[in-house]
Design a protein around this ligand. Structure first.
Ligand SMILES: [Zn+2]
Length: 220
């Protein structure tokens, strides 16, 4: 069960297909864990269908239709079906991998981690996801480790995949969805009992504060 969810506006944008791929990835992974948001998404999709039925069709030129179809087919997509098919909480450890699978050259248990400090590693997906302006990575933080205090230039989306962490605003476990922006300064710390693995999406670099600025080249 998740206690921290995407806000209504983000879930609505996801349902409408108007979020960018990295944002869709974090929402899709959260949906693998969260029955509540899957249920909300189902209602939003139903509502979207009713709205489409209610609007008056407009005629378009054949060229416009072909251009539109080419654009749709050329855009990679995160299938909402992925989240719907994984209804059982015990499947979560495998389920969260499915929305990400197309971007991995490896299986989930074959990820080659890039060590950043003795207790923090990452697997950078940005060059595989290829959406300009976004950084996408798995972060692994050893049990009990503190990440240096930082704020954000833009927005940071995080979904906990394994273990958990805490910061000044709460405690987060597998499946929880966290959104932070420039108004938040936080010092995440992995929970003591298990290494924490998160999927993190950033649309601008982290801003480390104090002496921890030295970490910037490693973690941003
Ligand atoms: Zn949720």
């Amino acid at each position: 069960m998740s206690f921290h969810h995407p806000d209504d506006a983000l879930l609505m944008s996801y349902a409408a297909g108007s979020v960018r791929i990295p944002q869709a990835m974090v929402v899709a992974v959260h949906l693998c864990f969260c029955h509540e948001c899957r249920s909300s998404l189902k209602k939003l999709n139903h509502l979207g269908g009713l709205m489409l039925n209610a609007i008056t069709p407009a005629s378009i030129q054949d060229d416009d239709f072909e251009n539109l179809m080419q654009k749709i087919e050329s855009e990679p997509s995160i299938s909402q079906d992925v989240a719907h098919k994984n209804q059982h909480p015990q499947d979560n450890a495998v389920a969260w991998f499915k929305p990400l699978q197309r971007y991995f050259p490896h299986k989930a248990n074959e990820i080659v981690w890039q060590r950043q400090t003795s207790s923090i590693s990452k697997f950078d997906l940005s060059s595989l996801v290829k959406v300009p302006g976004f950084k996408v990575a798995l972060q692994k933080i050893n049990a009990g480790t503190k990440v240096p205090t930082h704020t954000h230039k833009g927005t940071e989306y995080t979904v906990v995949l394994q273990g958990g962490f805490s910061d000044e605003l709460g405690v987060y476990h597998a499946g929880d969805f966290i959104e932070r922006d420039s108004s938040h300064k936080h010092t995440p710390q992995a929970l003591q009992n298990e290494n924490c693995i998160c999927l993190t999406v950033l649309n601008a670099p982290l801003q480390f504060t104090g002496w921890q600025r030295i970490f910037n080249p490693f973690l941003s």
